[in-house]
Design a protein around this ligand. Structure first.
Ligand code: HEC
Length: 255
């Protein structure tokens, strides 16, 4: 028995080699177990890479869509009471309804004297409702109306058979399209029904009356031949190019 130690006890010269191969065996066996994944359970399979990429692409597209189409989340785009007829968004911004703009500008600049009703104040501020100045009847032309808005009006005037003798300040500091919007508004409000005034028409009169430094008098205006802008030839509202602004920044003489 003592002579047969080989089975249990390796001989000293092979001992190291055997121990190494035993270590390898242990690592191989356990490595195989560690590499092995548990069987996927139903409903818990890992998400395929293509699906993750699809989700990421969708989120990116959604963000881009919002960035381009949200209209800046402005109330003028999403609040129905503030959206003009054009359907909101960039189109409405580029071409706002002149009557909506006109009403706002009228409220800001004109109501103090002519009142929100357009009826003015008897004996002090003449009415705009059915005024021959606004509806351009008799000797009054569109050019006269635009002229008094640009340069003001002073001295005795007749409106609807009554005489007023006050002074209206000039509004040349407003832009062409703003004056056009105000006039379009007062010509279509309170039962008034006259053609719109365009920014081009205001620009034309602004240029022609550039020499005027004082508010007009009625006599002065009567000496200027009346001009009626052809309704049919009037360019589409809102299509006016940006107005030349030089006159608007100049100090108003006589103001
Ligand atoms: C400070 C008061 C005052 C303000 C503000 C004012 N007006 Fe006048 N407006 C007058 C007076 C006064 C007259 C008459 C001038 C005269 O007697 O010579 C007049 C005359 C007019 C006329 C011609 C007469 C008529 O009744 O049709 C028009 C049109 C007019 N204004 C429009 C406007 C518009 C549009 C605005 C706003 C941009 C405006 N006015 C702002 C005081 C004012």
């Amino acid at each position: 028995m003592i002579d047969e130690p080989d089975n249990q006890h390796p001989r000293p010269d092979t001992f190291e080699a055997n121990r190494e191969s035993d270590d390898l065996n242990v690592r191989d066996v356990h490595g195989a177990i560690l590499r092995e994944k548990a069987d996927p359970r139903d409903g818990y399979e890992p998400i395929p890479l293509w699906l993750v990429s699809l989700f990421m692409a969708l989120v990116f597209w959604g963000g881009a869509y919002l960035a381009f189409n949200s209209g800046g989340f402005e109330s003028t785009v999403f609040n129905p009471s503030q959206v003009s007829w054009a359907g909101g968004g960039a189109a409405a911004k580029a071409a706002p309804d002149p009557k909506v703009v006109g009403k706002r500008l009228f409220t800001a600049n004109c109501v103090a004297c002519h009142q929100a009703t357009g009826l003015g104040v008897a004996g002090q501020f003449p009415p705009l409702v059915e005024s021959e100045w606004v509806l351009t009847e008799g000797w009054h032309g569109d050019n006269h109306l635009i002229s008094i808005l640009l340069h003001g009006l002073q001295g005795p005037i007749q409106v609807k058979g009554a005489t007023y003798n006050g002074a209206m300040p000039p509004w040349k500091q407003l832009k062409d399209d703003q004056i056009a919007a105000i006039l379009t508004y007062i010509r279509s409000e309170w039962g008034n029904n006259e053609s719109p005034i365009t920014a081009e028409q205001v620009a034309k009169i602004r240029e022609e009356s550039a020499a005027q430094t004082e508010p007009y008098t009625q006599a002065q205006l009567q000496a200027i031949p009346a001009m009626e802008f052809d309704d049919a030839a009037a360019p589409t509202e809102g299509s006016a190019p940006p107005a030349p602004d030089a006159a608007a920044t100049a100090p108003a003489p006589g103001a």
